[in-house]
Write a protein that binds this ligand. Structure first.
Ligand SMILES: [Zn+2]
Length: 254
């Protein structure tokens, strides 16, 4: 969606948040960033083009990466980012981060791009610079709505929507999209069944309903649609009465 470096940074940030304890597609998942080894595993799963160093991994760096994760969690939950306190988080991350103009990657659509320069070569600083630059790009392009939490039931997974038509709503941990579709389908079926039960099965009538029967039916709606129709009729009638009253007041004044 964006340039490859920004896409990679956003995916890495979203994956970092998902290392936290929480429900993923209705299944509890533990904190996998609870040790130096956990951080190494996370880093080894990154795309190599990110060029995040794995040599500086230690206890202190782990704590700093965990702190970065916490800030990203806050941003993701608040997205789209519009409040000053959320911008403050991004500006804190950007503190000391420099910019260099470098040649763009092939197929990027632009010959040059900005490259964030971290304040040190320690892994937490490198991660912070990459992610902060991507977030600043999203904010200035008003695209932070792409940072989302999965819409699935019992799912807290963070996602980043990199689709052109902003259609990604569910995570890839389990079957969140499928579960949501099944639920929506069942709800529609239940509503239809409910409708049939309350209004009774449709039987052909041998005699035409009398005018009194028709009026009675209209005044005692049974199904949800009939209730809505009655409410609409009542509202229209009220509005009409009001208009009539107003116009009669107006004529009286003259
Ligand atoms: Zn999900």
């Amino acid at each position: 969606m964006f340039n490859p470096e920004i896409n990679r940074a956003l995916i890495a940030a979203s994956d970092l948040i998902n290392t936290a304890e929480g429900l993923k597609s209705a299944k509890p998942s533990p904190d996998t960033l609870d040790s130096v080894e956990g951080l190494s595993v996370y880093l080894h799963e990154r795309e190599p083009e990110l060029e995040w160093p794995t040599t500086t991994v230690n206890r202190r760096q782990l704590e700093k990466v965990r702190a970065l994760r916490h800030k990203l969690q806050t941003l993701w939950s608040a997205a789209p980012v519009i409040e000053p306190k959320e911008l403050d988080i991004i500006n804190d991350l950007l503190d000391g981060v420099g910019i260099r103009v470098v040649a763009g990657e092939a197929g990027e659509g632009s010959a040059f791009r900005e490259r964030p320069i971290p304040i040190s070569d320690q892994i937490s600083d490198v991660m912070t610079a990459t992610v902060a630059a991507a977030l600043s790009y999203l904010v200035t392009n008003e695209e932070t709505g792409r940072l989302r939490i999965c819409r699935g039931d019992d799912c807290e997974a963070s996602i980043v929507d990199l689709t052109r038509n902003r259609s990604k709503l569910f995570c890839d941990f389990g079957n969140c999209a499928n579960r949501a579709h099944v639920r929506a389908y069942r709800a529609r079926q239940a509503a239809r069944k409910d409708d049939e039960e309350t209004s009774g099965p449709v039987r052909p009538r041998l005699t035409k309903p009398s005018a009194a029967e028709k009026a009675d039916q209209l005044n005692r709606p049974t199904s949800a649609t009939a209730i809505a129709a009655k409410e609409f009729r009542d509202r229209m009638r009220e509005e009409l009465m009001q208009k009539r009253q107003e116009s009669s007041k107006a004529t009286k004044k003259v």
